[in-house]
Design a binder for this molecule. Structure first.
Ligand SMILES: Nc1ncnc2c1ncn2[C@@H]1O[C@H](COP(=O)(O)OP(=O)(O)OP(=O)(O)O)[C@@H](O)[C@H]1O
Length: 272
């Protein structure tokens, strides 16, 4: 495991094309262990494409991606969970008919890591013990995300904010070293956003999880990120602390779409 501050995820020269569309052009960045790193940019800037390259959903047309020192550019998605990359989705991906508890248990299945036959034999031995250990871990996550009151509820019946929280619970049940969050606050009201921001911070500070996040809510991004990368038309145009990025004239121009506009309050300029 990368030491705090050492590169955990590193992209070098990543380009991605869909036919004639250049979704990403020569993007390089690294997320260091222990940080909350956000990707921002106007619609269609390439944010999801970049995160999909990290999750394995897309394979870069050019460039390399390393995780924890290993080249994962061609590693299939399913194997990325096993090496410590977890993710949530822009659109909810829960099993609506299953309970909250079962949805989170699903997240831990890769940790069982057994084939069918060994699994059957195992069942007569340590399966129950293992099930209990899994339950304990899942209950810890449920407590952490304050969803005890809905643990038995059917996921599909919950409010949007709670479903997002259950989805996060399932992703962290994998105990990833790096978690990819695609618009974790999308569609939330203010209170739900504040809760989600606190959970992400606690995940990072108390559980030591490194976070790579795409988020449109600039207030949240600037409040909780250690560093921010800005994409525009598939290219990186800025990277740095939230303050530095907010003050960057290229960034303001990309968001405003005008070169000469006078902006007194950069945060206001970046408001969605
Ligand atoms: N599967 C795909 N097939 C074809 N083009 C795609 C595909 N995925 C993304 N693109 C194109 O790549 C470009 C970047 O899209 P991407 O979704 O990565 O941007 P984004 O910054 O995440 O946008 P948004 O903020 O709207 O979610 C866009 O022009 C988009 O239309």
């Amino acid at each position: 495991m990368a030491e705090p501050g050492a590169p955990l995820l590193a992209a070098a020269g990543v380009s991605l094309r869909f036919g004639g569309v250049r979704a990403l052009t020569d993007v390089a960045f690294q997320v260091n262990a222990g940080e909350i790193f956000s990707i921002i940019g106007p619609n269609g800037a390439g944010k999801t494409s970049m995160v999909n390259c990290a999750s394995g959903r897309y394979r870069p047309t050019e460039g390399r991606i390393h995780f924890d020192g290993a080249d994962i550019t061609r590693l299939p998605t399913r194997k990325r969970a096993a090496i410590g990359i977890g993710r949530t989705f822009q659109n909810l991906a829960l099993f609506g008919h299953m309970s909250v508890l079962d949805n989170i248990m699903v997240g831990r299945h890769h940790l069982l890591n057994r084939g069918f036959l060994p699994g059957m034999l195992y069942w007569f031995g340590g399966a129950q013990r293992e099930e209990i250990a899994h339950r304990r871990e899942v209950e810890e996550i449920i407590d952490f995300l304050e969803i005890q009151h809905v643990r038995k509820a059917t996921a599909g019946t919950l409010s949007y904010g709670l479903r997002k929280r259950v989805e996060l619970a399932r992703a962290i049940a994998l105990r990833p070293k790096l978690i990819l969050l695609d618009e974790p606050m999308a569609g939330m009201n203010l209170e739900e956003k504040e809760d989600m921001a606190r959970f992400i911070l606690d995940l990072n500070e108390e559980w030591g999880m490194t976070v790579l996040m795409i988020e449109h809510d600039m207030g949240v991004v600037m409040d909780i990120s250690h560093r921010v990368m800005v994409l525009d038309f598939g290219r990186k145009i800025a990277e740095g602390t939230p303050e530095a990025v907010l003050a960057d004239p290229h960034v303001r121009r990309a968001y405003l779409g005008e070169a000469d506009e006078v902006v007194n309050d950069p945060e206001e300029a970046l408001a969605p």
